[in-house]
Design a protein around this ligand. Structure first.
Ligand code: 23J
Ligand code: MN
Length: 263
């Protein structure tokens, strides 16, 4: 395919509305659900704060602007390889060193919404993914794979989003063999609609938190708290998921965008 002609066609399709841009990010603010780790184990990321500097007033007569208190792993966000100990040594594993080419690729959406509604601890396996490929087509190299659970419908309510009890959080995610299989296909990364890329109960898996452990060990990426996956097709969209260029950053909020062909 001729690259110049293809991009020209994309520009024309954007202008004509033939490509729909679907916003896959949630809103970022003081009410954004945040991960809670066991207090004995670790320290949590702080609540998001948005502080006004000025809004056409004594502190800035003609301009409005804010400053933020914002953890890297807040809301709809990108996990870089250096986030996990298994990915610690990649020079290109930080938000400011990952090649930008890796921020976009074809999007595969695996619909687990019915399963997740029936069982908040639902786990997607390699077998499920292979069955999905039989129906929708193979997952290719340098593609994104995301798990649709419609968990974003809980996004206004942190308790419902985290869904924790005495046994810890309950939210869907991948098995160890699921992530191993996706890595064998050469994916760019894996994304979910929950607070992190791993299931709520993934601390008890072997290895613990397999999406984090295995993706980042392979210098690949994670996406969490994705929204609106009910508005994108199983295949055929392009995902753009670019983190801020934070110096030696381990992750970043993103404005995740899906380019979806109309009709
Ligand atoms: C820190 C520690 C454990 C986890 C996480 C962060 C995330 O899920 C994250 O946001 O990357 S599991
Ligand atoms: Mn994260």
């Amino acid at each position: 395919m001729n690259a110049a002609k293809t991009l020209e066609s994309l520009g024309a399709l954007l202008a004509s509305g033939g490509v729909e841009v679907v916003d896959l990010s949630g809103r970022l603010g003081p009410d954004t659900p945040l991960l809670k780790l066991p207090p004995d184990l670790a320290r949590d990321t702080p609540r998001i704060e948005i502080h006004k500097i000025s809004e056409y007033d004594r502190d800035g007569p003609f301009w409005a602007w804010n400053w933020l208190k914002l953890g890297e792993h807040s809301g709809t966000h990108f996990d870089a390889p250096h986030h996990w100990i298994t990915g610690r040594d990649y020079p290109d594993g930080y938000t400011d060193t990952i090649p930008p080419r890796n921020f976009l690729g074809p999007l595969n959406v695996i619909d687990c919404s019915k399963e997740a509604a029936a069982d908040p601890d639902f786990l997607l396996t390699a077998e499920h993914v292979r069955a999905w490929e039989d129906t929708h087509g193979e997952i290719g190299r340098d593609e994104w794979v995301v798990m649709r659970t419609d968990w974003d419908r809980r996004g206004q309510d942190e308790a419902a989003f985290l869904n924790a009890d005495a046994a810890g959080p309950h939210s869907p995610g991948p098995t160890v063999d699921c992530i191993e299989y996706l890595l064998s296909r050469g994916v760019l990364g894996w994304g979910t609609q929950c607070i992190g890329t791993d299931a709520g109960q993934a601390g008890g898996m072997n290895p613990p938190f397999p999406a984090h452990n295995l993706l980042h060990k392979a210098n690949r990426y994670g996406l969490a708290s994705l929204a609106n996956l009910d508005r994108v097709p199983a295949k055929g969209a392009i995902l753009i998921a670019a983190p801020l260029k934070i110096v030696a950053g381990t992750g970043s909020p993103i404005r995740a965008l899906a380019l979806v062909p109309r009709g």
